[in-house]
Design a protein around this ligand. Structure first.
Ligand SMILES: Nc1nc2c(ncn2[C@@H]2O[C@H](COP(=O)(O)OP(=O)(O)OP(=O)(O)O)[C@@H](O)[C@H]2O)c(=O)[nH]1
Ligand SMILES: [Mg+2]
Ligand SMILES: [Zn+2]
Length: 289
């Protein structure tokens, strides 16, 4: 038995990184009956036949499992956005972050295409995420700004790059891993619709820096919050954490309750943009019940 990590899965084959290099593997039929499927990121045990084809014999328990994108054992989400081209969708950005929080992942908020925005636009973004504790990085693939900062955040983590189509996820990864550029598909924005089109299709983990792995993902258009518990929602806003114990009522949802410390701090310690998003998510979960 050898141990390894699945870096890529295509057409029923899994590519497992082992101390002897990358080994092409098939999965044991038994997994299908047990309704678990090997997933990129899984730590697995394999045997190799005399033709050099590996068989995945066992899948280690997963520390985390993201459904969209399907990657196991990730520890960090790099949420990539642009401010223009495509225009920032603040609600979608926060939904992606919420999904990361829900999965207990460290969040890095990466704002790419810095070359297209002003200092004021940058400052507004920083302000709207105040007291969240999220690592915020501004990058430009065009002039190389911030790429080294981003690289440093990847050491020791298994990261997924998430975000809408066309924001430059694949371009950033190409800048971080120039030797893998032939494996990354970069799209170009259509001049007419400036919305971007999906160019990245499958998930693969790439090795990066010191003990880091990263995965590119295809951009997505919307995120549904239905797996989040209506009462647990407020716990997923790190800027509420130091305030909530000062709300008058235990279990305060920071919506209509009197003497709510979170509401009192909107525009001060809690940005009004993030609080508006909190209300939006709260109402959405309320209506889903
Ligand atoms: N001006 C500018 N353009 C950029 C920058 N980074 C990427 N682009 C351009 O943005 C377009 C989209 O880049 P991609 O890397 O394909 O975007 P993506 O996020 O991977 O998109 P999907 O794979 O569809 O999700 C390409 O035309 C890039 O050349 C940047 O920092 N500045
Ligand atoms: Mg891409
Ligand atoms: Zn409250």
């Amino acid at each position: 038995m050898r141990k390894g990590r699945i870096l890529k899965g295509i057409g029923g084959f899994y590519y497992v990184e082992t101390s002897d290099g990358l080994i092409e593997c098939k999965a044991r039929g038994i997994f299908r009956n047990e309704k678990i499927k090997p997933c990129v990121g899984d730590l697995v045990e394999i045997t190799v036949d005399n033709k050099g084809i590996g068989i995945i014999e066992a899948i280690n328990p997963r520390a985390s499992q993201l459904i969209r994108p399907p990657v196991a054992n990730i520890t960090q989400m790099v949420v990539v956005s642009a401010i223009v081209e495509p225009k920032l969708n603040f609600s979608l950005l926060n939904r992606i972050i919420l999904n990361g929080e829900f999965n207990n992942l460290r969040i890095v908020a990466c704002f790419n295409k810095k070359d297209l925005i002003s200092d004021l636009q940058r400052q507004n973004i920083i302000n709207s995420f105040r007291n969240t504790g999220y690592k915020t990085i501004f990058t430009s693939v065009k002039n190389g700004d911030g790429i080294e900062d981003l690289k440093r955040e990847l050491d020791g983590h298994i990261s997924v790059f998430c975000g809408p189509s066309g924001v430059g996820k694949s371009s950033l990864i190409k800048a971080i891993l120039p030797h893998r550029s032939e494996d990354l598909e970069i799209g170009s924005l259509s001049g007419k619709v400036k919305r971007g089109k999906h160019t990245t299709r499958h998930v693969e983990l790439f090795k990066t820096g010191i003990n880091g792995y990263l995965a590119d993902t295809p951009g997505f258009g919307n995120i549904d919050l239905s797996n989040i518990d209506q009462y647990g929602l407020e716990e997923l806003f790190p800027e509420f954490v130091d305030l909530r114990q000062d709300c008058r009522f235990k279990g305060c949802l920071h919506i209509n309750e009197p003497e709510c410390k979170v509401k009192a701090e909107v525009g001060i310690k809690v940005s009004s943009e993030r609080y508006s998003f909190y209300k939006e998510a709260h109402i959405e979960l309320l209506n889903k019940r």
